[in-house]
Design a protein around this ligand. Sequence first.
Ligand SMILES: NC(=O)c1ccc[n+]([C@@H]2O[C@H](COP(=O)([O-])OP(=O)(O)OC[C@H]3O[C@@H](n4cnc5c(N)ncnc54)[C@H](O)[C@@H]3O)[C@@H](O)[C@H]2O)c1
Length: 378
Amino acid sequence: MNKLKLGMIGGGLGAFIGDAHRRASRICNDYELVGGVFDVDYEKSKEFARNEGIDLSRCYESVDDLIKSELQLPAGKRMEVVAIVTPNALHYPFAKKLLTNGFHLVCEKPMTMTVEEALDLEKLVAEKGLTFALTHTYTGYPMVRQMRDIIATGALGTIQRIDAQYYQGWINSIIHGTGSRITGVWRLDPKHAGVSSCMGDIGVHAFNLIEYTTGLEVKEVLSDLNPVKENIELDLDGTVLLRFGKNLKGVIRASQVCGGEENCITIAVYGSKASLKWAQEDPNYLYMLSDSEPTKIFKPAHGYNDRFAEESHTMPAGHPEGIYEALANIYKGAAKSIRGESFIPGEFPTVHDGVRGMQFIHSVVKSNTDGNVWVKVE
Ligand SMILES: NC(=O)c1ccc[n+]([C@@H]2O[C@H](COP(=O)([O-])OP(=O)(O)OC[C@H]3O[C@@H](n4cnc5c(N)ncnc54)[C@H](O)[C@@H]3O)[C@@H](O)[C@H]2O)c1
């Protein structure tokens, strides 16, 4: 089968997530990177293209140039799908142009800067009939997919509490002047990041994981956000109470200043009969707890898992897979959709998940600004 012709915006030399996207696209073996606009600086973009062995005639200076030139190429050579891996503020303008011109998209989160922009992209994707995969990477892990499948069977009984956490520590040293990292610091600047740093960058992953695994919608939030230091414009830490309905509540705790924490995203869903717990730093173990039986541990590549989880792990049992494979699973699902093949809902987060993410971020910021009050997620 021919590989899909992939383009990339951002992800040049020294960039963080673009490299993971390229590896993921290669792992699933459905894509061939043919060109892009890899850096805001055209010289650096070309240097990157040379290093990767990409045809320099397809290393463009701007997204406008990319669209114009690619549309002139014959079908079969032309770029079909583009990955947007730039800072947040650029996702919407680039996604809008690319969708308007018929390109399928893989796009980083948070999807846009505002809820209105997110709704606009959702409408455009529907009108154009294109594939839009939003890379909430954690949904690609086999044991997250297994968690979703177990919850869908009702095995937990009535869900009574949902608890998600995403703790990192890397911004701690930056705000106290002891860290040397320079990439990614745009997250502290509202012009590039949007209305939130912590909730927009990582709280939104925890939110997505909750809605993805449970199939439930968070209806209302009450937040208490913390910029941690004077002269910091955005939240770097916060707690969000969640209401799903009358008798179901939960919490998201997120922080970028928990010194020593690395990438500690966890989720626990507690039911009347049983509960499930998963942690990204130990992703191949899904724990099922109950009051009446010893704890069960689900692991990838065993026949007792559901088909979706099984198909999300490629090696035999005991060969750990991680973040690249999780992202590759999302790329694989997107490839099926682009090719018009059948796929399982949940194989890749969609533009609607992007709308929900933006509704979450904005309602959390509004709740905090309005004096820590309950706000509808809409
Ligand atoms: N899914 C995940 O788990 C995950 C993890 C990390 C980052 N992200 C998201 O990925 C995005 C990028 O984050 P990052 O940490 O890789 O950022 P980064 O700063 O490391 O890289 C950004 C890249 O975008 C390029 N860029 C900037 N402006 C550009 C322009 N006008 N045209 C072309 N390229 C341009 C930069 O030159 C750089 O190569 C963010 O939206 C972030 O939220 C997601």
